[in-house]
Design a protein around this ligand. Sequence first.
Ligand SMILES: [Cu+2]
Length: 144
Amino acid sequence: MLRRLIMALALVPLASVSFAAEHIVKMVNQNDWGAMAFEPSFLHVEVGDTVTFEPTDYGHNAVTINYMIPRGANRYRGKINKPITMAINKSGFYGIECSPHLTMGMVMTIQAGDGDITEFEIPKTLPKQAKLRFNAIKDYAMSR
Ligand SMILES: [Cu+2]
């Protein structure tokens, strides 16, 4: 009995430890999504993971679009040409923009945890190119 209890206790830490993943997103002037883009532009993570945006090309930043993130999610505003690490603390969908290139469609989507991509809402008030990119990302995510 005691031995069983000790064994059970010994297993607890292993069972409760989850390894947070660190994801990298590059900010580039051109990729398969078009001019001014995040690579990748769709990223599926788990709550507790981090996402680091790297200024691979010149003149970009990464900012949470605060009306396109889960309630209570961390908000971030990266500086131009600087990396920024975002800690993903809520499940759901996150819209991310590059501020200088939002009007050129430089946006990306993070899915945290399980979710239905059809529930990712793309506000009509966004610039046209940003809406187009978000819709293309959504189509891509649905086709996976
Ligand atoms: Cu940019």
